[in-house]
Design a protein around this ligand. Sequence first.
Ligand code: PLP
Length: 401
Amino acid sequence: MHTLPRSHQEKVSDASKALQIPFHRAFVGEEEVQAVSEVIRSGWLTMGPKTIEFEAQFARFVGVEHAVAVSSCTAGMHLALEAAGIGAGDEVLVPTTTFTATAEAVTYLGAKPVLVDVDARTLTMDPADAVRRITSRTRAIIPVHFAGHPCEMTPIREIAEKHGMRVIEDAAHSLPARYQGANIGTLSEFTAFSFYATKTLTTGEGGMITTNNAAYADRMQIMRLHGIGRDAWKRYSAAGSWYYEVLEAGFKYNMTDIQAALGLVQLAKCIPMREQRCQIAARYTSAFQTIEALALPTILADCEPSWHLYVLRLNNDRLTIGRDDFIAELGKRGVGTSVHFIPLHLHPYYQNAFGYRRGDFPVAEHEYERCLSLPIYPGMTSEEVNYVIGAVSAIIEGNLA
Ligand SMILES: Cc1ncc(COP(=O)(O)O)c(C=O)c1O
C-alpha cells in the first residue's frame, strides 16, 4: 500500500472546499475589449491595416521574414500544402496523435495522410516510424508540436532532406516554444499556428503561417483571398482601386481586423502568459513527481515548451481506476479535463477512408488510453492549482492498487 507524502495529504484536505475549475478559460480582459471596440468604431471590419500590423509584429516576435494571417490553423496548413505543390496521389506523413485538422488539410488537396506512431516520451511523431512509412509517393511531413513540446526537428529535417520531402510544421500548440535555441516558426519552410479560443494566443478563431520564403508568402497571400492579386483587401479602401485580377481559384481564408486587434493585445503579453503556464506546470510536476501511479510530461534537452497542455498519464498497474473513471471523479470534484488526442486511426473516417485499424499504432493507443489533460492557463489562481493537485491526489489515494 502506497501512502502519499504529507504535502499531498495536506492538499487533499484543501480540496474539501469545492471549486469549479473549467478545463479552459480565455485570458482576455478590458484591453482586448478596447482594441476590438476601436476596430468596430473605425468602420473597417474585415482584413485591413490591423491584420497587416499583426502580421508584421508576429513575424518580428517569432524572428521570421513573413507571417501570413489566416482564418484558422487548418486553413494555414491547407495554404502551406498548396504552396508546397502537394496534390492528388501524393502521400503526407502525419502523426496519429493529433487533432483531425492536421490530416484533414492533406485530404483537401486530394493527397493521402499516412499516419505515423509517436514517441512515448513526448507523444510527438516518432522519426523512426516515419521512415518506415515512406513510399515512392511521400512528398511531405507534418510534425506536430504536441501539447507545445517541440517535435524532434533535427531527425525530421534529415529524413525530409534525404527523401526530398517538404516540411510543414503544425504549431497549433506551440506559441511560444523553442527547439535547440531556435523559435518554433523559424525552422521549416512553413509553420502554421492556431489562435483558436483555447490556444496560447487567441483571436477567437484564427491562424498564422510563417515562412522565410518570399515566393511562398506571396502565393499564400494570394490564395487566402480568392486568388486575387496581392493587396486585394485594399480594393474597398480609399488607398485602393476598384480594379483587380483573379489569378487563381483561391480560398476565403483571410483574417479580419477584429481578430487581429485581439491578436495584437495577446501577442504583447505572450511571454508573461507563457511564464504563468510554466509556473503552473512546475507546481503540478513538483506535487505529482513522487506519486508512482502517475507518469508526468517529459521535457527533452534543449526544448522549451509553450505548456499549452499538461498531459498526465496514469500508471494503470498501480491503480484500481481507469482513465475514464478518473476523469469522471475529477468532474465530480468540479475539475474540467480533456483528452489529447483520440488517435486518428481509431476514428471511423480514417478507418473507412484509409483502412487503418485498432492495433496499427501501439504506442499512440497505449498512451491515449491512460492520458488526460489538466487545466493550465494564465489567470488560474494559486488556490485553483492547489485544488486540482488536491483532487488528483485524493482520487489516487482512494484508488491505489
Ligand atoms: C494539433 C492541432 N492542429 C491543428 C488544429 C486546428 O487549429 P484551428 O482550429 O485553428 O484550425 C488544432 C486545433 O485544436 C490542433 O490541436
